[in-house]
Ligand binder design. Structure first.
Ligand code: PLP
Length: 452
């Protein structure tokens, strides 16, 4: 009786994010009831390996009672306090200290928000505030990339470079120029080498700056490895090149590490993987393993000092959220980072990169698969109808959606992002788990192929 009533109630009352609502009325929800390690169970007690870690975010798995315990203790002690106007509390102070210790050198200041989208909105406002402080009132544009994902609010959604997030939402709503996606396999010209592709993208960046004027462009934002647009790993030399061009043109560089941060790529942070130093680094998701909503913006001393000087003049930094640095979220974040360190989960991701990536590479020969790509513990399989022309199945994304639906039947949760089947499992993964992920995914691919 209960499952049916929940099912019917959801259909009757809920509006789901990222959902075809009419299809949902037909199909109904997949109701999850509990978690155990990397696994989750639905209302019929069917077991699934959560190979997307929720939404690319649950590092420590779905049953970490230490996080529940610290949340409870913090709730009893000081369930809520804010950090406006000189107020503070221990969890946010300790977490800021920890983040400064963990992140690359030079990022010595932290501002907390509740989500990655709010964090990127805050970044936009910080950058505008900073340029206004310097009297550079025309230096406001952002550079981003096609297929980037930086969030979903009006401002962060404008930085995002995905048509579905813009169309009929009247976005972008702020000045942003989207550049070519740094994905060699899909976007290289015929006969172009990877080095030539990188050089072309860097030239595009330089030409864009020259055409629009460096004095109009405030910042470049990018995910080191692009996630929600389809798991795209940049070519060799891309990031150092971007960083160099930004520095030369006095354009701030923002590394959006909402997915990449805390070991996902096999290094603590994505900028370390690709050898560049951002002025601003954004983290969320694995910061608390998403047990609580929290995001952290790390900024360089220069960024901080310019902003701080201006607040001294104006009397305040007129920005912040009721729950900025929420004590329960920060306490959970601290404990989560302690677990990541104690169990060396970032090291685990680095050690498992080879079996995970190589295991998945064997699907490159599968008739449905055009490219298998990824680093660390994030990967994507881009599906094609024709391996030579790389033509996708129509309608767009339909084959990836079918494979993901069949994978769920096989007890594997992954995500279809356009033509790509994405995997991003919890960092507590084991070699045995990898074998099971590959077996279940293989069955889903074969079943999808049999239907063609
Ligand atoms: N930035 C990146 C790179 C993301 O992947 C996401 C979410 O997937 C966001 C920002 C937005 O975060 P949120 O969904 O918490 O607003």
């Amino acid at each position: 009786e209960r499952p049916n009533s929940l099912h019917a109630s959801d259909i009757a009352h809920s509006m789901h994010p990222y959902t075809n609502m009419r299809a949902h009325e037909e199909k109904g929800p997949m109701i999850m009831t509990r978690g155990d390690g990397i696994r989750v169970y639905d209302i019929d007690n069917k077991e699934y390996i959560e190979a997307l870690a929720g939404l690319w975010s649950v590092a420590v798995g779905f049953s970490e009672t230490r996080l529940a315990d610290v949340a409870y203790e913090q709730m009893k002690k000081l369930p809520y306090y804010h950090s406006f106007a000189h107020k503070a509390h221990e969890p946010s102070i300790r977490l800021a200290e920890k983040l400064v210790e963990m992140t690359p050198e030079g990022l010595n200041r932290v501002f907390f928000t509740n989500s990655g989208s709010e964090a990127n909105d805050t970044v936009i406002k910080m950058v505008w505030f900073l340029n206004n402080a310097l009297g550079r009132h025309g230096k406001k544009k952002f550079l981003a990339r096609n297929k980037a994902y930086h969030g979903i609010t009006i401002a962060s959604g404008s930085l995002t470079g995905l048509p579905a997030n813009h169309k009929d939402f009247d976005l972008p709503a702020l000045p942003v120029t989207h550049l070519t996606t740094p994905h060699y396999w899909r976007f290289a010209n015929d006969g172009e080498t990877e080095a030539e592709f990188t050089a072309r993208l860097l030239k595009e960046l330089e030409d864009t700056i020259a055409a629009e004027g460096a004095d109009t462009i405030a910042a470049f934002i990018g995910e080191p490895v692009m996630g929600a647009g389809g798991v795209m790993v940049p070519p060799e030399g891309y990031w150092p090149g971007v960083a160099e061009i930004c520095r030369k043109n006095d354009i701030l560089l923002v590394s959006d590490e909402v997915i990449n941060g805390f070991g996902r790529l096999g290094t603590p942070f994505g900028c370390e993987k690709f050898g560049f130093t951002p002025d601003i680094l954004v983290t969320s998701k694995q910061l608390t393993s998403s047990y609580m909503p929290l995001a952290a913006i790390m900024v360089s001393d220069d960024v901080y000092n310019t902003i701080a000087d201006h607040t001294a003049k104006l009397g305040t930094f007129g920005h912040g959220f009721t729950a900025s640095g929420h004590p329960v979220a920060c306490a959970v974040g601290l404990e989560n980072l302690a677990i990541i360190e104690e169990r060396d989960l970032m090291g685990n991701a680095a050690r498992l990169e080879k079996p995970f990536q190589e295991g998945l590479r064997k699907f490159a020969d599968h008739p449905l698969v055009g490219e298998v790509r990824g680093v660390g513990l994030i990967a994507g399989l881009e599906l094609v109808k024709d391996k030579t022309t790389k033509e996708a199945y129509a309608p767009a994304g339909s084959m990836a959606a079918r494979v993901v639906a069949l994978a769920a039947e096989e007890g594997l949760i992954c995500r279809n992002v356009y033509e790509t089947v994405a995997l991003c499992p919890p960092l507590i993964l084991t070699e045995g788990d990898i074998e099971q992920i590959i077996a279940r995914l293989g069955r889903a691919l074969d079943r999808a192929l049999a239907e063609v």
